[in-house]
Design a protein around this ligand. Structure first.
Ligand code: SF4
Length: 473
């Protein structure tokens, strides 16, 4: 998962990108990059967070009203500045590009680019492949126009598999955005005056003064030419399979994705969870969220169960999100520093803890221990998503089935035992889809169900695993 932000027609692209990226920092904390265009591309990539990476000097240097920014968390390729985005190629025209997603036929495509297309791939990151496929096919056309651009992206859709929401600027031609035909990852765009902006989440647009926005549709290309004229076309129509985890966990609650408000979706997930908990019939004194993501669902759950909602766990806001930090060691270290319990809210009570998901279980176990040590009478754990059992090949850094706690134990009761909870309940798959979609069912939920909307070939799966193992050593 990564975050992208791009703008054309801005008074100061650097400032807009900087502000836009800060709003989606949660989507990736490994590295970040900004490129602006002012007759030349000025590209600046750093390791770490946006606020600690760029200074006033950068703003003075990085002039222009057009640019692209990116925050990264690695799925393909190691972390580090050498794999940070945006990526650049000088043929044809000069193109800068950034993306959010995961190319699932990465290794096969890399080989094709080397052997057949004779394009050299420098960085170990999938946007390099998208950029080079794009550049290779665009080079075939003598004339640059929207028709030829559409043909280029259409061919790209047929060659690049997986998830990708892409923004690019082609020097002196215009700004391009496209979304893979399945529409896995979000991308929105909007206009204010003469300024157009694109972003992974709507909060980024609002922060740069764009109140009205819409989604780039699955399989769609949008091109803003250098005169500010907009051209758009659906190039490939497929059944959308947007990543349901965006609403469960990744996205900010104040974002709207594919016309579904994330906060409202999480509230409904809490309501769905409460309905299932009612049937189980355990007794609780208080509902406590595992901060921050699960607050909304916990509030809904408490309201529906007619129980008090309390903030019994406080997050140290200066420690990163554990789930998206690469490497198990980093994860364990971060958990122990991340949360602190308010004993007065916990002591002597039967606690219903609400969390968004359980991945490996070590975080959940630490949290249960923390609540027990704070004097809880009982600790019940409820999760507003189903058990995670299958790897994701569309942008999330979990490649091995054996990493999931749900695959290590034969029953939910055994998992409860392992995390030392008095009970454990996962929201059903139907409950999750109903909660997010309210009748819409066009989601990818493959990490829960094993039903992958895009086939990933075995060779690529093996190579992705080897690559991730190397990245984590
Ligand atoms: S497999 Fe899971 S995390 Fe990956 S895109 Fe599908 S729902 Fe999202």
């Amino acid at each position: 998962m990564c975050g992208i932000f791009g703008v054309i027609g801005s008074q100061n692209a650097f400032i807009d990108i900087y502000r836009g990226l800060k709003m989606i920092q949660h989507r990736g904390q490994d590295s970040c990059g900004i490129a602006t265009y002012d007759r030349n591309f000025i590209i600046n990539k750093r390791e770490g967070l946006v606020t600690s990476s760029f200074e006033e000097e950068d703003m003075k240097r990085m002039t222009g009203g057009i640019g692209i920014g990116h925050v990264r968390y690695p799925t393909i390729g190691k972390g580090g500045v050498e794999n940070a985005q945006p990526s650049f190629t000088n043929t044809p025209y000069g193109i800068i590009m950034a993306h959010n997603g995961n190319v699932s036929n990465y290794f096969e495509l890399k080989e094709r680019l080397h052997k057949k297309y004779k394009r050299y791939i420098n960085a170990d990151v999938d946007v390099e492949l998208i950029l080079n496929v794009f550049a290779y096919h665009l080079t075939k056309y003598k004339e640059f126009n929207f028709e030829n651009l559409c043909q280029t992206v259409k061919t790209l859709f047929s060659e690049v598999k997986g998830s990708y929401s892409v923004i690019a600027y082609i020097a002196e031609k215009g700004f391009v955005a496209f979304r893979d035909p399945n529409g896995f990852r979000p991308i929105v765009f909007g206009k204010s005056g003469g300024k157009y902006a694109f972003a992974s989440e709507s909060v980024s647009l609002e922060t740069v003064g764009i109140e009205n926005f819409e989604d780039v549709n699955p399989g769609e290309i949008i091109f803003i030419d250098n005169d500010g004229e907009i051209h758009r076309r659906i190039l490939e129509e497929k059944k959308q399979t947007a990543c349901i985890f965006e609403w469960v966990y990744f996205a900010r609650p104040d974002s709207v994705i594919d016309e579904i408000n994330v906060y409202n979706a999480r509230y409904r997930l809490g309501e769905e969870l409460s309905e299932e908990l009612k049937k189980i019939g355990n007794k609780y004194d208080v509902v406590i969220p595992v901060p921050d993501t699960s607050r909304t669902a916990a509030l809904a759950c408490a309201t529906k169960l007619n129980l008090p909602y309390r903030e019994g766990l406080i997050k140290n806001r200066y420690v990163g999100r554990t789930f998206i930090m690469p490497g198990q060691k980093k994860r364990i270290d971060a958990v122990s520093e991340k949360l602190h319990a308010i004993k007065d809210e916990i002591k002597g009570r039967s606690i219903l803890l609400i969390d968004d998901s359980i991945v490996r279980g070590n975080t959940s176990k630490s949290i249960v221990r923390l609540v027990r040590n704070a004097g809880a009478k009982e600790v019940h754990f409820a999760v507003y998503s189903p058990p995670l059992r299958y790897p994701c090949y569309f942008g999330i850094d979990i490649q091995r089935c054996e990493e999931f706690i749900a695959n290590k134990y034969e029953s939910v009761a055994k998992i409860a035992e392992e995390i030392d909870a008095d009970s454990l309940h996962y929201l059903s798959l139907q409950g999750m889809i109903r909660g997010v979609g309210q009748g819409r069912k066009d989601f990818c939920a493959a990490c829960f169900s094993g039903k992958y909307p895009v086939k990933v070939n075995e060779k690529d799966i093996d190579q992705i695993r080897i690559d991730r193992d190397l990245a984590h050593t």
